[in-house]
Design a binder for this molecule. Sequence first.
Ligand code: FES
Length: 320
Amino acid sequence: MRVKIAAIVEETPLVKSFDLVSADPAVPLPAHTCGAHIAVPVVLPDGSRDTRSYSIVNPPAYRGFYRLAVHREREGKGGSAYMHEQLRVGDEFEIDAPKNHFELVSNAAEYILIAGGIGITPILCMASQLVVEARPFTLHYAARQPELMAFRNDVLGRCGEHARLWFDGGDPAKGMDLNEILREWRPGLHVYVCGPARLIDAVLAISGSCGWPETAVHFELFSNPTATQEDDQPVEIVLQHSGLVVKVPPGKSILDAVLDAGVDADFDCKVGECGSCLTTVLEGTPIHRDYYLNGRERAENKSMCTCVSWAKTSRLVLDL
Ligand code: FES
């Protein structure tokens, strides 16, 4: 569907929000659920086209627009720079309906919401909806310093005493006390966390050691720093169905190389979390760098998330 930018607001020096409305007032935007995201088309510095996924900030109760927020990445590939520098109010583009891999369970007795940096976007959506529904929750939101905390006033205004803000000034030792926050699990309690990989990793580790069941721990990543590693070697990908051979250099994802070769492969998050790109491995051994497969599935090496995972062997044959 076609959408139009109705407003752009500088939330912090590094974060802009974008309100998207339907370009045709006769065609309403599809409803969304908490945790949903949409993929926005971007043009990269080399002129190539790609998409970037952004969570919807406004709760489902606030209809008629999608508010997105984009943190400008200094070391990114240019998607966030495009959003910040090239887009203007009134610009139009096509999007698909929102997708959601980070659904808020409706039957929880209580929620803990944790956000790091721009990870506040789906978390604020959830908190706002829980306020509308008068459901019990606590929100912990961390940033380096107050002036870099996007939606700080919205968080405080909507969540009031449910919210606790944390400022570490760049020193992780002064960050959120996750050991205290996750100290005790009780039936009906669910935690949702969104932010950088180190925050997700810490929540997974601490909740695991404190006896939280996996089904009560929900997370969404914005980037996956393990996807590319210094000692990665080039890998040759053989696509079983077409016989196509794709050589993938380190630094490029297997998924992107396959897509560039004209193959119609499924994907969504591109950070190794949703499982949309999961592909059967017919020959060769992958190195798993995703957050989707469980320990047993990783050990079996029968499938891999091609958006982030790499190869131990110089050749992989994939069921594509
Ligand atoms: S696209 Fe989501 S795990 Fe690969």
